[in-house]
Write a protein that binds this ligand. Structure first.
Ligand SMILES: NC(=O)c1ccc[n+]([C@@H]2O[C@H](COP(=O)([O-])OP(=O)(O)OC[C@H]3O[C@@H](n4cnc5c(N)ncnc54)[C@H](O)[C@@H]3O)[C@@H](O)[C@H]2O)c1
Length: 692
């Protein structure tokens, strides 16, 4: 008999038990089927309760089985669902916590559902480019109505059980001893007739319901296929008999599982999980306790970095060089929290609790008890040196000393201390309280337990951490430099900034490069370029961007950059003045502008990323191709539905990538050295292999 089966008198209880979230792996499915058979066979059993061990009912399919034969092995989830629904004894889902995907589909096949008020219910398949494939699209509309079903299925977002009370989805919200209440609910249900959602009608939709739903969903989902296919399946629920609707759902599911969109989204999902693992730092590596954090520098980055820890309940000592800068930094933090509160994302109590954990100071002495110090001062080696020498003098033994530098050599910075093993790069992205990406820069001396500690801490503050080795720009900005160079060349050759941005945004980038520049401040990349010109005078660069900066066109903050801006507005307006600057520059260089197709713009920008990514991978700066993808998805607005630059190159085919790069190299203005394929890329293309 299965270990997950127990008797409470005349009620059988099946407890889904497969940590961490009771994923419906093959073994669990087998045990559930055994439990159901036993309950049917035992004459003394009048009803069955299915619930989950721990804090979850079930998180859905077991992701460890994804893309393996186990996922399809008998009993399948769909088979199990039929078994539950067709049984002659009532089955009650006792939803004790997270109930996602296949977990919710199983619940929908039960004859009754009870839940804890705070249990979260969701059908998140759309986030992987799929539709729910085990009856979810057919039963949910019968349970909660069409409008709510469209919302839940096309967004994949969770809804609390308390909000669903009063619908057919939740027959009762239980308080007190949850299991005792669920068993007593089952006892009452045992003498009531079986209620099957499949036998219930879907409310008749208004004539324009599906047209309106499609219009709203296509606007919100920016060209993705799966959300619209969800609506097709829900429409089948509203217009076809149940079994025909189930067949339609299956057809769509099978179609989507083969789509490049779903493959890319699934890749992105697994890439993020893989990034958390460092091969030579095993999961059991002891981590250092981080109870107190200090941040040095209360500017743009320091303030945002500080907020991450305050919001996670970790006290922060924030150090500045001067009182007025400190006051400005603290005021900016409060202003940001106030704005969140006005948007309803934060309660006044939480705001004050966060601010109460902040400890502003001008004295390095106050950093003595910090477990982690993050430096975010000016991007100049001399300034960093001063700070790290002082930190080395005051920080307690075992404190982790981190730098937020974007481009400087973390090993040199570590060398300013007598404890380089405790030094690491923590490269946050702006705005640091919002952006998910954190590049964890591992110096040559950084110790394994420091790596383990910061990877765990990243998770705690809600960041997606990716490990990078030391090089100029680390993974993300080193690749960005190549992308940026192509964007500037495109201007020289005939494109306008707005055309480049439009093409990149149509491809799916959250924002084109020139809009990003105006937002972040063109002066920041100008400063980096100046350093690079000095270090590598032979690298050819377009000087168009420098021309704009020389005119003070730094972007939104100066009201003009690649675009112009009306006071108080963020919408970029194409500017004839920029057109003239570019045309003059072309004239001076003797360049004849040509019409450039959007496809060429996108390919040049994206393949430039992938080629540099290949070098980064080969040099061991990135641990895996999928880490590079995660950097671009979490930090650079690369479209998730294309899986990241490396996955995109794999999808295009590496031989095709190399061929296309060869075409670009022949362009008289093409900078042939730029398009030299990275050795790894050339080899994989020759061997017909992929990065992944
Ligand atoms: N701005 C970005 O988009 C971004 C993104 C990632 C990383 N970074 C990196 O973060 C760091 C900080 O950048 P920022 O944009 O926040 O700069 P910033 O100019 O806004 O802030 C730097 C702050 O450091 C303070 N400071 C300078 N010297 C100090 C000292 N000795 N002791 C204490 N405080 C001192 C300054 O008063 C200033 O408030 C740089 O290394 C930068 O490369 C910036």
């Amino acid at each position: 008999m299965s270990q997950i089966y127990a008797r409470h008198g005349d009620i059988a209880v099946i407890t889904l038990d497969n940590p961490p979230v009771n994923g419906m792996g093959q073994q669990l499915r087998t045990s559930i089927a055994e439990g159901l058979r036993a309950a049917q066979a035992e004459a003394g059993v009048r009803a069955v309760v299915i619930t989950g061990a721990g804090n979850a009912f079930s998180g859905g399919a077991d992701i460890r089985e994804f893309n393996t034969p186990k996922a399809l092995a008998e009993p399948t989830l769909r088979g199990l669902i039929d078994m539950v629904e067709q049984g002659s004894k009532p089955v009650i889902a006792a939803i004790n916590g997270t109930c996602f995907g296949g977990g919710l589909e199983l619940s929908l096949a039960c004859h009754y559902r009870v839940a804890r008020a705070d249990a979260q219910l969701a059908l998140p398949e759309v986030k992987l480019g799929l539709i729910p494939g085990a009856g979810g699209t057919q039963r949910l509309p019968r349970a909660v109505g069409l409008a709510r079903a469209v919302d839940m299925i096309t967004t994949g977002n969770p809804v609390k059980a308390s909000e669903l009370a009063g619908t057919e989805l939740i027959d009762a919200v239980l308080t007190g001893d949850f299991m005792a209440s669920a068993v007593s609910f089952a006892r009452n249900a045992a003498s009531a007739p079986l209620r099957r959602l499949r036998d219930m009608p879907v409310e008749p939709p208004a004539a324009d319901f599906f047209a309106n739903a499609r219009a709203a969903v296509s606007k919100a989902s920016r060209g993705l296929t799966a959300p619209l296919r969800c609506i097709d399946a829900i429409e089948a629920a509203a217009t076809l008999p149940f079994d025909d609707g189930i067949r339609r759902e299956r057809e769509i599911f099978v179609e989507l599982i083969e789509s490049s969109e779903s493959k890319a989204l699934r890749h992105a999902f697994f890439a993020e999980r893989a990034a958390a693992k460092i091969p030579d730092v095993p999961g059991e590596t002891p981590a250092r306790a981080i109870a107190k954090v200090a941040v040095v520098g209360a500017g743009t980055m320091g303030g945002g970095i500080t907020m991450n820890f305050l919001s996670a309940g970790i006290p922060v000592t924030l150090l500045e060089a001067k009182q007025d800068a400190l006051d400005r930094g603290v005021a900016a933090i409060r202003r940001n929290y106030d704005a969140s509160m006005k948007r309803g994302k934060l309660t006044p109590g939480k705001l004050e609790r966060a601010m109460g954990l902040l400890n502003p100071t001008l004295s390095f002495d106050d950093l003595r008890d910090a477990d982690l110090v993050i430096e975010a001062v000016f991007e100049e080696m001399g300034v960093k040196e001063g700070v790290f020498r002082q930190l080395d003098a005051v920080a307690k033994p075992g404190a982790i000393l981190a730098t937020n530098t974007s481009t400087l050599d973390v090993d040199r910075i570590a060398g300013f201390t007598k404890r380089p093993a405790d030094v690491v790069g923590l490269h946050f992205f702006s705005p640091a309280n919002v952006m998910k990406l954190l590049e964890v820069v591992r110096g040559k001396a950084t110790s394994k337990d420091v790596m383990a500690t910061v990877m765990q801490l990243a998770k705690k503050i809600g960041k997606t951490a990716v490990v990078s080795g030391v090089c100029d720009g680390f993974i993300g900005n080193r690749m960005l430099e190549r992308y940026q160079r192509q964007c500037f060349y495109l201007l020289e050759e005939g494109a306008a900034p707005q055309q480049v941005d439009r093409a990149l945004e149509k491809f799916g980038m959250a924002m084109g490069l020139f809009r990003v520049g105006d937002l972040a401040g063109n002066d920041i990349s100008w400063a980096v370029r100046k350093r690079r010109y000095a270090e590598n005078p032979d690298v050819p660069y377009s000087k168009i961007a420098d021309r704009l900066c020389e005119l003070g066109r730094f972007g939104q903050k100066t009201g003009m950059g690649w675009y112009r801006y009306e006071p108080g507005k963020r919408d970029p307006i194409p500017d004839a003045e920029v057109g003239k600057i570019i045309a003059d520059y072309r004239g001076e260089m003797g360049l004849e502008p040509r019409a450039i197709p959007d496809e060429e713009i996108v390919d040049r920008c994206v393949l430039a990323l992938a080629n540099e990514g290949a070098r980064i991978l080969e040099e061991g700066i990135a641990l895996r191709a999928s880490d590079i993808d995660t950097v671009y998805l979490a930090g650079y607005g690369f479209p998730r539905s294309r899986g990241g630059p490396m996955f995109h190159a794999d999808t295009v085919g590496l031989a095709n990538v190399v061929k296309r790069m060869g075409e670009f190299a022949k362009n008289p203005h093409g900078d042939p050295a730029f398009w030299e394929p990275a050795p790894l890329l050339a080899r994989l293309a020759r061997e017909g292999k992929t990065f992944s």
